[in-house]
Unconditional design. Structure first.
Length: 478
């Protein structure tokens, strides 16, 4: 933030938090689709499908996975694309009209924590894959597995850091190749399952930990996929800001993130049905199922896929960090990317197994954090600003009393009251740690009601408090 003067947008293309200017937004549909797909086919998605295999059998599980994945994408597309796609800003910056110039640091914090979590999972996944390769080739004993996982996870993080020094050009060139590679991997794993386990067995397999309440099983499977889709919230703005318009960004984003998420989740779902102890994690069975060289080849594909997805995650996290004045003013691009990966290095060294084994807890954190945020963004744009001139992109980068998004001390109370209400609604419906629920969770799940409650509270507080005060830039803009 640079004060109340008109901001000067400068810096290397895509390496700061300033809006991408029209001549800088040079990604075409295929570049966006390729990078979105490279992100959407992240190998942790196999574990998402494995979660659904706890509760549902093949037929219902496939339908729930498809429905939940696309429903979650609808939520974040409505929340983000009108602002990030039109004005070329990242996801965290797009929250300034709802949270205030200072309040938006809350979104930066969420983005940073979430990206660190996703990147840790992916790099530990990468380390596990390489460890299995090394052990299978007889180069190390199985007792060295934990050390190998840590070592190769760190090497993966270093590789991503070096690649990121090129800025978004590294993503533009790598995304399409990685997305094709991972789709091939998913098809290969599905082939192995059908060939060695049998299609009939997969279709008839029972879930491993179903609830006696059938409706609860459906709601939980749906919720898991919605939350996984909402987890793309930090990624979306960082990707679509480099595309010329929101209209061009819509279908590549939905198709690149939503459909691969669902399809690869289905492969993980079948993996969980066939091998309940794996939880959908293909590193647990690929060598046994695919044979020596077939399994090793598939594990190498996992390594390549995870490097690509972490590359995207670390990039959008770095752009978000550039929203912090201290980072913007004092840290170059290489230092900023190092900061975005610092928690990854720490977790990989100190507690890789503890973090990986508690994936469900991290996933619940994503849902309870981002669903209310999506709710207030949708309410603000479609319920208030769309009819009042939209948002003022220059005002997003102006601070101080009297500026449009200063509200009260840089914070919009309507935004945080809405988030708090949505957070409470989610916790009432579903405890994200124990997965204990209350009525009517089994019929409505948790993320969409949480977003709805947040939206309603936001609209009420805005109309009662913010609009009468003249704050927030809701007057028609010239």
């Amino acid at each position: 933030m640079i004060g109340t003067d008109t901001p000067t947008f400068s810096g290397k293309v895509g390496q700061d938090a300033w809006p991408a200017l029209p001549h800088e937004r040079n990604w075409g549909v295929m570049a966006l689709f390729g990078n979105a797909a490279a992100t959407g086919v992240a190998t942790w998605v196999y574990i998402i499908g494995g979660f659904v295999s706890f509760y549902l059998s093949a037929g219902p599980g496939i339908l729930v996975i498809l429905a939940g994945g696309l429903a979650g994408m609808l939520l974040i597309a409505l929340a983000l694309l009108p602002v990030t796609g039109r004005h070329g800003v990242d996801s965290a910056t797009s929250t300034i009209p709802q949270l205030g110039t200072r309040g938006s640091y809350y979104a930066v914090f969420l983005m940073f924590i979430t990206m660190a979590g996703w990147n840790c999972l992916l790099l530990i996944f990468l380390g596990r894959a390489v460890a299995e390769i090394v052990i299978s080739l007889g180069w190390m004993d199985p007792g060295a597995r934990d050390t190998l996982v840590i070592g190769f996870s760190l090497l993966g993080a270093l590789a991503v850091w070096f690649l990121l020094w090129r800025g978004p050009s590294a993503l533009q060139s790598a995304g399409p190749v990685i997305s094709i590679t991972v789709v091939i991997l998913g098809l290969y794993i599905l082939y192995l399952l059908v060939e060695h386990v049998g299609w009939t067995h997969l279709l008839q397999a029972s879930p491993s930990e179903p609830s006696p309440d059938r409706a609860w099983n459906y709601a939980t499977g749906f919720e898991v996929l919605v939350v996984a889709s909402i987890g793309w919230w930090p990624y979306v703005g960082g990707l679509v800001r480099l595309v010329p318009s929101a209209r061009k960004a819509l279908w590549p984003t939905v198709a690149g993130l939503g459909l691969p998420l669902s399809v690869i989740s289905i492969v993980g779902f079948f993996s969980g049905l066939a091998f309940p102890r794996s939880g959908g994690d293909p590193t647990a069975f690929l060598i046994n199922l695919g044979g020596y060289w077939g399994g090793i080849t598939a594990l190498l594909f996992i390594v390549l896929a995870n490097v690509g997805t972490v590359l995207v995650g670390a990039y959008v996290s770095s752009v978000g960090l550039k929203r912090i004045p201290w980072v913007q003013q004092r840290c170059g691009w290489r230092t900023t990317t190092g900061l975005s990966l610092a928690p990854v290095f720490a977790i990989v060294i100190l507690m890789p197994n503890l973090f990986f084994d508690n994936f469900g807890t991290f996933l619940a954190f994503v849902g309870v954090s981002f669903a209310p945020l999506c709710g207030i963004q949708i309410a603000d744009y479609y319920g208030l600003r769309r009819q009042r001139g939209g948002v003022d992109v220059k005002a997003m980068f102006l601070t101080g009393p009297g500026t449009k998004y200063h509200f009260w001390g840089g914070i919009n109370p309507a935004g945080f009251l809405g988030i708090a209400a949505g957070f409470a609604a989610y916790l009432y419906l579903l405890n994200p740690l124990t997965y204990q629920s209350h009525f009517p969770y089994q019929y409505v799940s948790a993320s969409f009601p949480s977003a709805l409650v947040a939206a309603v509270v936001y609209l009420l507080v805005t109309r009662w408090l913010v609009l009468p005060s003249g704050r927030g830039g809701y007057q028609h803009q010239s």
